[in-house]
Ligand binder design. Structure first.
Ligand code: NDP
Ligand code: HSE
Length: 425
């Protein structure tokens, strides 16, 4: 049986889940795959913290050199998070010829080309299934199961924290703050949850997934991003009344060299499969030119699902003598042939507070009409403080026309406020 010695850097939520799987399922994996995987060292900030997780004291260290200097350790699992010092630790491990398995989407999306170049130079592997969509094998699917296809579109709920928050607000009427606190307690959120709720985490993941799916480098900085912090329970409730569920959606599309990549809250019609993805579950809905639509679904965050993805990479890596790298020019830059579409098309939900006077609605509809924005549905719900809260759902229009129309609407003296603008799938 092949012996594989592994080190884990960071024994928090994901590192802890990884250690648990490698310990509890050691014999199962050995029997199925012929691999005797041993956790040889675990690094964290203090030895006490590591032993508190059940790791024997002789395997606990706070010094990376204990791992780098041990030639019998061939795979380093990075589950510390953040760009630094994780980036330096990974570079050192790769430079020492050790393969790296990481859950760190921020680091991969920001320094993928540099890390991959170092891995290649040293004949080491660099695997990151756990970086995107927790326990769902989306990277393996894109790399190893979709080769026959041009991926034309990818719609994903790819952040567990925000999906958990939106589900709790929608179904249990929890406040945003209460739902976020629960997501943190369950181990779903990033160390700084701003990354989740402002859409950065989904943006990093979309950069990785769209690069793999579209076979070209899609830098994270090119992705349009909005988070969920401006969403109110009132918007969620109106959407519900009209048959929509609110989701933080990551969207990627490729048509020839035209690419569109964006992350923002979206009203998803209840009949769409993504509308039923609840709590910390995630899903990615892909369309390939031959396979048509497929959807992958599972837990997008948490110790056990993410640990599962890490261990799958450890096994994948251990079984290979020649490692697998990107099959596109992974230089960190947008290919000059690719045209990024910023003026994407969407249907919209707009929530306004208007003066409660005759003729006001027609002023709004006239402006929308002058920019070619056609109204699908409209509703006034009561009167509050002499203002009428009104919502519109529009037909599909382009982003520029909608922004120009809203800009003009905001200047009207009968408009108290534009409270929400949410795209509709
Ligand atoms: P945690 O904060 O729970 O765990 C990270 C651990 O690493 C902590 O014990 C932390 O200590 C330790 N650590 C951080 N920096 C250092 C350092 N310089 N030296 C030694 N130890 C260090 O994070 P998670 O497990 O939640 O996340 C880890 C990674 O996995 C991140 O990249 C995250 O994005 C990713 N991920 C997380 C998922 C989840 O569900 N939580 C799912 C998918 C990916 P301290 O707390 O003191 O900083
Ligand atoms: N914070 C991330 C999420 C962890 O909530 O999806 C999984 O990548």
């Amino acid at each position: 049986m092949k012996k594989v010695r592994v080190a884990i850097l960071g024994i928090g939520t994901v590192g802890g889940g990884t250690y648990q799987i490698l310990t509890e399922n050691h014999d199962w994996i050995a029997a199925a795959r012929g691999l005797d995987i041993e956790v040889a060292k675990v690094l964290d900030k203090s030895v006490d913290r590591i032993t508190a997780k059940g790791v024997p004291a002789n395997k606990a260290t706070a010094d990376l050199n204990d791992i780098l200097s041990d030639p019998s350790i061939s795979i380093v699992v990075e589950t510390m998070g953040g760009v630094e010092p994780a980036g330096t630790f990974i570079m050192k491990a790769l430079s020492a010829g050790k393969s790296v398995v990481t859950a760190n989407k921020e680091l991969i999306s920001k320094r993928w080309s540099e890390l991959e170049a170092t891995a290649k130079k040293n004949g080491a592997g660099l695997y990151f299934e756990a970086s995107c969509v927790g326990g769902v094998p989306i990277i393996r699917t894109l790399n190893d199961a979709m080769q026959a296809n041009r991926i034309t579109q990818l719609y994903g709920i790819i952040n567990g924290t925000t999906n958990y928050i939106l589900t709790e607000m929608t179904e249990k009427g929890k406040s945003y703050a209460e739902a976020l606190k629960d997501a943190q307690a369950l181990g779903y959120a990033e160390a700084d949850p701003t990354a989740d709720v402002e859409g950065f985490d989904a943006m990093y993941k979309l950069s990785i997934l769209s690069s793999l799916g579209f076979h070209t480098c899609i830098p994270y900085s090119e992705i349009y991003r909005e988070g969920i912090t401006a969403i109110t329970p009132a918007d969620i409730a109106v959407g519900k009344d009209f048959g929509y569920t609110l989701k933080l959606l990551a969207i990627g599309k490729r048509d020839g060299n035209d690419v569109e990549v964006r992350v923002h809250p979206t009203f998803v019609p209840n009949e769409h499969p993504l509308a039923s993805v609840r709590g910390s579950f995630n899903a990615v809905f892909l369309t390939g030119d031959f396979v048509d639509d497929i959807m992958l679904y599972g837990r997008g965050a948490g110790a056990r699902p993410t640990g599962s993805a890490i261990v799958s990479d450890v096994v994948y890596c251990a079984e290979r003598s020649a490692h697998v790298y990107s099959d596109f020019d992974n230089n960190g830059k947008l290919d000059s042939a690719i045209k990024l579409k910023k003026d994407f098309e969407s249907a919209y939900y707009i929530s306004l507070k208007l003066a409660d006077r005759p003729g006001v609605l027609s002023k709004i509809t006239n402006i929308l009409g002058s920019y070619g924005v056609s109204i699908d549905k409209a509703m006034q719900h009561g009167v509050a403080d002499n203002y009428a809260p009104v919502v519109f759902f529009t037909h599909k229009t382009d982003e520029t026309s909608m922004r120009k129309a809203l800009h003009e609407i905001e200047t009207l003296d009968v408009v108290h406020s534009v409270d929400a603008v949410i795209r509709v799938l």
